[in-house]
Ligand binder design. Structure first.
Ligand SMILES: [Zn+2]
Length: 250
């Protein structure tokens, strides 16, 4: 049986057809939604992961259905039940690998990020070295909204917006960069990433407990920054300024 015939068999099954079309529709919907620049960075990243996951569903379904169409395979309800967790795991893993390693690169391009050199980059490199961390690259994103975030995949990277650099003093910027370095030290971007991915797979997946874990990660990152600076002052004033900006712009 060739691929075309397998495809025909797959698509003439109403369940396969409706699931695939529904999934593709959802993928397009979340992609369109993720382009809304009014959303927070976290929401946009989440929507992009969701997009990837929705796109993989029809492929996984087709692979499974085609497996059943092969003469040698025994496609009973039992094997279908056994196969489901593996298919799901496959979908999650593929979305995960794609998301975790491709996202930072995609993000750099989408957000029009450029590498930041000079004293701030040297500061980050020095602090990373001092704490036995791989020095992350530092990028400025072209956005007036004050925001900062980090990724710790193959190449750790910290992103800070032009808006953030505009409203903060030098010490406050350093506090923010140290907070992000704290995240890289605790690899919390992996946790954030997992939470995001879980949300993509199941919108109700232990929502509360994940938020709890993320709160703890924020505290750890704060502690990393305030211990190095020897004061809470800069981090707190940075947070006040950002909150002030967001309150004003809403
Ligand atoms: Zn944080």
């Amino acid at each position: 049986m060739n691929l075309l015939e397998l495809g025909w068999i797959f698509l003439t099954d109403p369940l396969n057809l409706s699931l695939s079309l529904g999934s593709i529709l959802m993928a397009l919907l979340v992609l369109w939604w993720s382009r809304n620049s009014g959303l927070s960075v976290a929401k946009r990243v989440f929507l992009i992961y969701a997009h990837i996951a929705f796109l993989i569903v029809p492929v996984a379904l087709f692979a499974y259905a085609s497996g059943c169409a092969l003469p040698a395979s025994d496609c009973t309800v039992k094997t279908a039940l056994y196969a489901m967790p593996f298919i799901l795991a496959g979908v999650i893993t593929t979305a995960g690998v794609l998301g975790y390693f491709v996202m930072p690169r995609l993000y750099r391009r989408r957000m029009g990020a450029r590498a930041l050199r000079g004293p701030l980059a040297r500061f980050v490199a020095q602090q990373a070295d001092k704490h036995g961390l791989r020095a992350p690259s530092l990028h400025v994103i072209d956005s007036a909204v004050p925001q900062a975030f980090s990724f710790s995949s193959f190449k750790p990277a910290i992103f800070i917006s032009a808006g953030m650099l505009d409203i903060l003093s030098a010490n406050e910027v350093k506090a923010v960069l140290l907070h992000e370095l704290g995240h890289l030290a605790h690899r919390s971007s992996l946790l954030k990433f997992s939470a995001t991915l879980a949300h993509a797979v199941s919108p109700v997946a232990k929502f509360a407990s994940m938020h709890h874990a993320l709160d703890r990660e924020e505290c750890e990152a704060d502690r990393f920054a305030t211990t190095i600076q020897g004061t809470h002052r800069h981090l707190e004033s940075a947070r006040r300024k950002v909150e002030g900006f967001l309150a004003f712009s809403e």
